[in-house]
Design a protein around this ligand. Structure first.
Ligand SMILES: [Zn+2]
Length: 186
């Protein structure tokens, strides 16, 4: 990432909103924002599916479900954070991924200018395609700062997005079983 360019742009934003970019409290803000962006958008320079390359276990055939994986991302419409939790489920077909790998996949897609719906779909596609599973379900629940910080009536609102692939897309009964586990707790 071109951090110097981001810092120049942030300085310009500060001036444009009517601030004095040179006053004491703001003097180092452009560089701090650039540093924060380098982290928040680091997913643009990685392919998160690389975390799913190993994990062979020929006997693995039973459902894997992980609840409450933290999600920290930024909406691409306002560049403001949305935060919440992801719940991941997949039906292995001879390959499994560790918990930390799954968390890294979520993080890799989250650290980009994002849409919650696309993030949900990308993680579901990774668990289905890259991991070669028989099916996946991803549910993300998140609070969007671009809503809650700007519109008082949206305080406390939570957006829920769902993506289902493979057997969970094709078989309503299997999908309902996993959704019940996700929504009720295990
Ligand atoms: Zn937004």
């Amino acid at each position: 990432m071109d951090e110097a360019r981001v810092a120049r742009a942030v300085r310009e934003i500060l001036a444009a909103v009517g601030e004095d970019p040179d006053r004491e409290g703001l003097a180092e803000t452009p560089e701090r924002v650039a540093e924060a962006y380098a982290h928040l958008f680091s997913g643009l320079r990685e392919d998160p599916t690389r975390h799913l390359e190993g994990g062979f276990d020929k006997a693995a055939r039973d459902l894997v479900l992980i609840r409450d994986v933290p999600v920290v991302s930024n909406c691409e419409h306002h560049l403001l954070p949305f935060t919440g939790k992801a719940h991941l489920a997949y039906l292995p077909n001879g390959r499994v991924a560790g918990f930390s790998e799954l968390v890294r996949v979520v993080g890799g897609y989250a650290r980009r200018p994002q849409l919650q719906e696309r993030l949900t779909a990308q993680v579901a596609d990774a668990l289905y395609g890259a991991l070669g599973s028989l099916g996946s379900i991803v549910v993300i629940e998140a609070t969007h700062t671009c809503m809650t910080a700007r519109i008082a009536e949206t305080t406390g609102s939570v957006a829920v997005s769902v993506a289902a692939r493979g057997v969970f897309e094709e078989d309503p009964a299997r999908r309902a079983e996993v959704m019940a586990l996700i929504s009720r707790g295990v």
